[in-house]
Design a protein around this ligand. Structure first.
Ligand SMILES: [Mg+2]
Length: 252
């Protein structure tokens, strides 16, 4: 991974801006800084204001692990496209897999007391389940309890980690890369700028499409993203570059 704010990154951004890109973003840890209480996460005003401006020039999308109802109230701007539940909740796609999680829901109900004792909170987001352990007194005990409960997950379930969370999504729902491909098709965008910070963003980075410029928010060894920025605090700087470059593209 290379620093996006480098001569090379700048050249790639300029080339991207000339191709009417789709601008797509993860939410937690990307647009909104990570906070101890997930219900307090918000897009900072400086970021929301710039995204509103960019949205008048280019298609803007947010693809989050949150449910859409939860996500929309935290944005402070209205992107043209939103996808929730790690790609599984797309307003334009029929969800045929919502009952896939029912067996696990049943098991979670049975283990609710033990999970609570270990500091694990269960979030049912409809199209996915999240087992949070950020607030656990001992996170390794919490993780062990989660692993014991999930055991060897059935093939129709996709289980993956995140920042202090274990997520379970119906495998048939696809991932963020699949959701992004649908958005590219829907918008007719000539290129993509994608920013994400976590395990569920890696399928997008790993897709390695020539016309997708991928940016991992936060330095992470082993990420397949082409570039990185230091954190959500650098997002406004990147958006300012896009505003300047798209103004030039429009004038040029
Ligand atoms: Mg994230």
């Amino acid at each position: 991974m290379r620093n996006l704010f480098s001569p090379e990154g700048e050249a790639d951004l300029a080339a991207l801006a000339a191709r009417r890109p789709l601008l797509a973003f993860d939410f937690d840890g990307t647009l909104a800084p990570i906070v101890a209480q997930p219900q307090q996460a918000r897009v900072p005003l400086a970021t929301a204001r710039r995204l509103r401006q960019l949205g008048q020039r280019l298609p803007v999308a947010v693809i989050s692990g949150r449910s859409l109802a939860d996500l929309r109230s935290r944005l402070g701007f209205e992107p043209a496209h939103v996808v929730g539940n790690h790609g599984a909740e797309d307003p334009h796609e029929p969800a045929t897999w919502s009952s896939t999680l029912d067996g696990l829901r049943e098991r979670l109900r049975g283990a609710a007391a033990e999970l609570q004792r270990c500091g694990v909170s269960i979030e049912d987001k409809g199209a996915s389940l999240a087992l949070h352990y950020r607030l656990a007194a001992d996170r390794s005990i919490a993780r062990t309890a989660i692993e014991r409960l999930l055991g060897q997950p059935e093939p129709q379930l996709h289980v993956f980690g995140g920042k202090m969370v274990t997520n379970v999504v119906p495998a048939a729902a696809g991932d963020k890369a699949a959701a992004l491909r649908r958005l590219v098709e829907r918008t007719g965008a000539g290129a993509v700028l994608y920013l994400g910070d976590d395990v569920n963003d890696e399928p997008v980075f790993a897709a390695d499409e020539a016309s997708w410029l991928s940016v991992r928010v936060g330095v992470h060894r082993g990420s397949a993203a082409r570039y990185f920025i230091a954190g959500p605090r650098e997002v406004p700087r990147l958006l300012d570059r896009m505003l300047a470059l798209t103004a030039e593209a429009a004038a040029g």
